[in-house]
Write a protein that binds this ligand. Sequence first.
Ligand code: GLY
Length: 255
Amino acid sequence: MKTHALVRLPGASFARAISSTAAAPDVALAQAQHAEYRQALAAAGLTVEILPADERYPDGCFVEDTAVIAGGTAVICRPGAASRRGEEATVAQFLAGRFPLARIVRPGTLEGGDVIVAADRVLVGRSARTNAAGIAQLVVALADLSGLAPPPVYAVPVAGCLHLKTAATYIGHNTVLAIATYADHPAFAGLDALAVLDEEAYAADALAVDDTIILPAGYPRTTSMLRARGFTVLPVPVSEFAKADGGVTCLSLIW
Ligand code: GLY
């Protein structure tokens, strides 16, 4: 059962976040949407820990990319985006004492948005942000720190989107929610794959907190599909984060 979430407030510099879109985020609206997001985390039963905005890092609110929490351990990432390196320091400071820590080091790069921790396996996107050395270091860290037999780790090539979780997320109950082109990927074999409609592709990035799913607002078919399967769905507006290629998982670390 998940009990905690860590978030970082978006600051004024969020206007300069990395983006593949032409649309500039409205910072005041992003801050209001972030407040609604925090309310959704709390409504899902989590204690929400809040880091202040750090204006040095325009993308700093996408805190998911700075660490991977799995098997009772925290692996501090080394972001692939040069402008994001350093974001992980305050997150590591926060997590130290709560978890044993390992770190991804040069030449490895790894961003948490590429890491799906499923019931029996860890799937890692090999993307523009996460390289083979980073994936290899993650495998070692999970084995060394957990003291348990590590779950198998599968590298999944990522093309056409920023992170693996842009295309697929694990929502519990042995189930993956994914865009159609990823739903039958061999790395998901043995899991139930629910495909979102092409026009609702953005909703493939869903944040599962036990049986509650925080989903971007505006995706009615995905919402209905998940409710029909018994999930409680909390839709939250995240339009300003989408403009910076971010989604609902990107905005928190949960454990
Ligand atoms: N704007 C999110 C990222 O590029 O990491």
